[in-house]
Design a protein around this ligand. Sequence first.
Ligand code: ATP
Ligand code: MG
Length: 377
Amino acid sequence: MARFRFPSQILSKFFLKPIPRLTPKSCLGIDIGTSSIKIIELSQIGTRVKLENYGETSVLTLYEKPFRTFEKSTLLLSSSDIGKAILAILEETKIQTKSAVFSIPDFSTFFTNFELPPMTKEELPQAINFAAPQYIPLPLSEVTLDWQLIGGKVADRKRTKLKVLLVAVPNEIINQYGEIAKISSLETKFMEAEAFALLRSLIETDKITIGLVEIGAQSTTCSIIDEGKLKSSHSLDVAGNELTQALSKGLGLDYQEAERLKKKYGISPLLREISKPEDKKVAQTLLPSVDSILVEIQRIFQNFFQVEKKGIKKIFLAGGSALLPGLKEYFASVLKKEIEIVNPFTNIFYPPILEKTLKEMGPSYAIAVGAALRGLE
Ligand SMILES: Nc1ncnc2c1ncn2[C@@H]1O[C@H](COP(=O)(O)OP(=O)(O)OP(=O)(O)O)[C@@H](O)[C@H]1O
Ligand SMILES: [Mg+2]
């Protein structure tokens, strides 16, 4: 008697539907800051975004110079030094992902907005190119343009005026980031201005007018977000380094000690009823630099109010210096607004053990997280 053999191949062909294998996609977000380079690796399956890895290298551990400087539009260190620093992070973290989104420093990016008459979608790109030279301090041949419609609708029946946010990045910067990617064997998926990456790292931004203040080591960027769109962005040359320098000069301390005291006390001794005189001295020495940032922010918010007739409802603080003790409370009392320190990991899955670490890393990694998210879109 012939034995019956179960035709497994046939069975699987006719009865078992192949289970779709969801392969995660992953991307790196890379932020080359003045004081450190930060890398975030995110992966995505379906709508679930997961933190795979992160790494950072501080400039002081590798070179004596900052990675970039405010005065020049280019990076201070050579592309090769920065590329090597990135390679060192990738090696240490054992990150395998090659696809990367680089954030471009806001101070080397020109942001401007202007109005155009009503027109169709097809007419818009040409009209923007035609208008751009009036607003950009560099010849069009030397910049790469990007733009977003931030007001009005193309070819709507009401024939509204259009408002355009124009972003111009010097080609020199784009070329330099291209070289860095090549040296670090990464594939550049996008490059985007820091302000856009930072905006993406926030959640629930679409209902109110928001001030987004990013205080790094060398520069502070103050952006305004209205109905979820970036309306304006301004960079100032005052940030964490200046605070440390003020303390170092004012109290005759070496830079490391000044940095330590800045992070330990910040301006919080001034906000407490009782504090030791020496702690108060630290706070008093830091305050003028904090106030100079505050004055500029107020001016930017006031200008926006005068033009748009809209007040800022809430302020998000980002950048490493957002963690200056007492800063959040001080901003809240002077600006009389709700202040929140950015946590870009809110909607991202990660091992619970990292909760505390990520909360502290949040403000300084926000741009890198936003850049990595762009790569997953
Ligand atoms: N707990 C803290 N309190 C006060 N300042 C802090 C704290 N932690 C970090 N900083 C400051 O944050 C700064 C670094 O922030 P961040 O990493 O955002 O800068 P960066 O991206 O390297 O610089 P930039 O964006 O200006 O080029 C340093 O000046 C550092 O002293
Ligand atoms: Mg930065």
